[in-house]
Design a protein around this ligand. Structure first.
Ligand SMILES: [Zn+2]
Length: 431
């Protein structure tokens, strides 16, 4: 018994012995777990986000922190099972050759392809004439090469294809669209509020044959009422526990395009999630005078749904919040950090203290400032008049963005410990 206790004591001393508890090794471990195949890209297919939520709950519980969960629902598409696109007899590669739009309904069919000039698509009369002449269009996919679009027409054409331009009155008389592109750009979340009647796929344009094309498409993409969860862990303050410092990060990402293509979302935002876990571990050992709430949000990628739900159903009095620090895109940092919403009267003092501390100790290369933007989970707090900033890293990483290449391998994390020190010091000084 005694022996055991001594050993335990030595282990504890060793783990607390470093100058700081911020530990890029533990951050790396959490990032690897969150971006692993078992989390399915933390999206809606295979309930990857829920698997990630269970992991985070366990991590907080392993730190002996009090946790709270909140649940809400929204309609969203999930693409599960095999995905196959065969063009003129040749099986194409998911993501490299084609991308299925996340809101594109299920298709299991072999269909002829008819070319359609984008200018015809943007002119209702020309389009009516096109359908009058092409009776086969009803049972075909239409191919629109958007690389031919002039200037702003690209966006207009895509909006038209995806049913977002209301001034065009009728529905399309076809099975769906193949959108010709030079290369795939970024994936997103398919919200299930309005169901599209048309299949929409992006296709590398060089794959299209000069004359007759036939495409065999098979995938299942269904909208469902999705149950998402926000998770909070609390570290009671030592002097004024009623006042709060809130650390946030979104743990969700885009999930899967079928059973093979995964969006790991390392930079966005396994990195910020791992960082707030590490900060929770630090503040657990070195509590602030204010209570620290660490909140990991769901459904950020679906339009800040988790944080929006949280501020309208808060788990503490928002008036007691001294500062919200939201971390998103934390993989790099070789060129410093950007602070979003740094110029507001509620946050400017905190921003200035980040700059002053950094000037003195050079934790990061530079602390830049930006006006507010609705680009991450700090934003719903700012709309409720709560002081909130969003920190993201600048430079120093090689991974992708909203594509399958945003992997752990692209995360340098070389700047992480400096960023963590800086945030901790500034929060300690917060009045
Ligand atoms: Zn994102």
């Amino acid at each position: 018994m005694v022996m055991k206790r001594i050993l335990l004591g030595i282990c504890l001393l060793a783990s607390l012995g470093g100058m700081w508890a911020q530990d890029s090794n533990s951050v790396r471990k959490d990032i690897d777990a969150l971006t692993s195949k078992s989390m399915f890209g933390r999206g809606y297919a295979y309930h990857g986000d829920s698997i990630a939520a269970d992991y985070l709950l366990k991590r907080f519980q392993s730190m002996q922190l009090e946790t709270k969960e909140q649940e809400y629902k929204f309609p969203v598409y999930a693409m599960e099972g095999p995905v196959s696109v065969v063009l003129n007899g040749k099986e194409l590669k998911g993501w490299e050759d084609f991308v299925i739009a996340p809101f594109s309904p299920s298709v299991h069919a072999t269909l002829p392809v008819i070319n359609l000039d984008y200018r015809t698509l943007l002119d209702q009369k020309a389009l009516d004439d096109f359908f009058a002449k092409n009776k086969k269009a009803k049972k075909s996919m239409l191919y629109v090469d958007i690389t031919k679009c002039q200037n702003a027409d690209t966006i207009k054409t895509l909006q038209r294809l995806f049913g977002m331009l209301q001034r065009f009155k009728n529905s399309f008389q076809c099975q769906g669209f193949l959108v010709g592109v030079d290369e795939m750009s970024a994936w997103t979340v398919g919200m299930g509020y309005h169901k599209s009647q048309y299949a929409s796929l992006y296709l590398k344009k060089e794959l299209m044959g000069a004359k007759k094309n036939t495409v065999k498409i098979s995938y299942t993409n269904e909208a469902h009422q999705h149950r998402a969860r926000n998770i909070m862990a609390l570290i009671p303050g030592t002097e004024e526990p009623d006042s709060m410092v809130v650390l946030t990060a979104h743990y969700d990402h885009l999930g899967m395009m079928g059973e093979e293509v995964m969006f790991p979302g390392c930079h966005d935002n396994a990195s910020g999630t791992a960082a707030v876990l590490d900060l929770a571990n630090y503040f657990r050992q070195h509590p602030l005078k204010y209570t620290v709430a660490v909140v990991v949000f769901s459904a950020e990628e679906a339009g800040l749904l988790g944080s929006t739900y949280f501020v309208s159903h808060p788990l503490f009095d928002l008036k007691k919040v001294k500062m919200v620090v939201n971390l998103d895109l934390m993989c790099g940092g070789d060129d410093g950090i950007m602070v979003v919403n740094a110029k507001d009267s509620l946050t400017n003092g905190f921003y200035n203290s980040l700059v002053t501390l950094n000037d003195a100790s050079h934790w990061v290369k530079e602390v830049k400032a930006r006006d507010n933007a609705a680009n991450s989970d700090h934003f719903p707090f700012t709309e409720k008049g709560v002081p909130a900033i969003f920190i993201y890293t600048l430079g120093g990483r090689t991974g992708g963005y909203h594509n399958p290449y945003d992997t752990s391998a692209g995360a340098s994390l070389t700047a992480y410990e400096g960023i963590a020190h800086l945030v901790i010091e500034a929060l300690k000084q917060l009045q």
